[in-house]
Ligand binder design. Structure first.
Ligand code: PEP
Ligand code: MN
Length: 271
């Protein structure tokens, strides 16, 4: 008898696939913050950490408004070498203090294996950004730290490449991976990137890993963040990562797409 195996023959990813693991994976940050469960997890905070006071103000506000985790970049992979590159290790240390003071877990992006010890010491979850999704050495080395990893989709990566990047992490014995659709490059230039909801929906069929959306880097402008957030949640996203700044006009990075406190508050109320 001919058995028709729909869409299975060519799959290169194994550990991340639903075939290998039919149940949803839950990625637990602490007892209240679990990706992949019933509650959508909201991560909010500035693109880049600019000072301890700024970060603490933002942390307290976003937590009050219902955010579950604080984001903030200490090492920024900027397009131009002349743009603000982040405050480095001292920002990570500050972030840990702020997270403890405000009672909110923290996530920050690693861009080099040279910084692994600091990330191990200071953060609750390690972000691997779009530009490093294909950095397989970084993926494998960070995987061995055993911390939960937020893996963002490369801006020109196919779904298969994205899942294979996650496969590198699981293959090193770390199953705690949260995927993030952050918009891809298309022919459309009227917004920064195009939020690929097709792939966000498809990945939920293909993989047991939770997937969240980043409406901020998809849109590149603050006034699209609410509709994209709603669309992503409606498509089944397990959460959102949103840039929020105390004064977006003066932000050292990604001010155009950052929400101020009022807009974030109304977004949280709407969601
Ligand atoms: C970020 O989250 O600040 C960031 C740089 O995102 P991405 O890697 O998606 O561009
Ligand atoms: Mn940013």
């Amino acid at each position: 008898m001919l058995i028709i195996m729909q869409n299975t023959a060519s799959k290169k990813y194994k550990l991340v696939s639903r075939q290998c693991h039919p149940e949803d994976t839950l990625v637990k940050i602490n007892k209240n913050v679990i990706f992949g469960g019933k509650k959508a997890i909201i991560i909010a905070g500035p693109c880049a950490i600019e000072s301890k006071k700024q970060l603490l103000d933002i942390a307290k506000m976003v937590k009050k408004m219902g955010a579950d985790m604080l984001r903030g970049g200490a090492y920024k992979p900027r397009t131009s070498p002349y743009s603000f590159q982040g405050m480095g290790e001292k920002a990570l240390k500050m972030m840990q203090e702020v997270g403890r003071e405000a009672g909110i877990p923290i996530v920050s992006e690693i861009i080099s294996i040279a910084d692994m010890d600091s990330f191990q010491k200071y953060v609750d979850m390690i972000q691997i950004g779009s530009r490093n999704m294909h950095n397989f050495d970084l993926l494998q080395r960070v995987a061995t730290l055993g911390k939960p990893i937020l893996l963002k989709r490369g801006m020109a990566a196919t779904m298969e490449e994205f899942l294979l990047a996650a496969e590198y992490i699981l293959n090193r014995g770390n199953p705690n991976v949260v995927l993030c659709e952050r918009g891809i490059r298309t022919f459309e230039t009227s917004s920064r990137n195009t939020l690929d909801l097709n792939t966000l929906a498809l990945i939920q069929k293909e993989s047991h890993l939770p997937i969240i959306a980043d409406p901020s880097h998809s849109a590149g402008r603050y006034d699209l963040v609410l509709p994209l957030s709603r669309a992503a949640l409606a498509a089944g996203a397990s959460g959102l990562i949103i840039e929020v700044h105390n004064n977006p006009k003066e932000a050292l990075s990604d001010g155009e797409q950052s929400l101020n406190f009022n807009t974030f508050k109304s977004l949280m109320q709407t969601l």
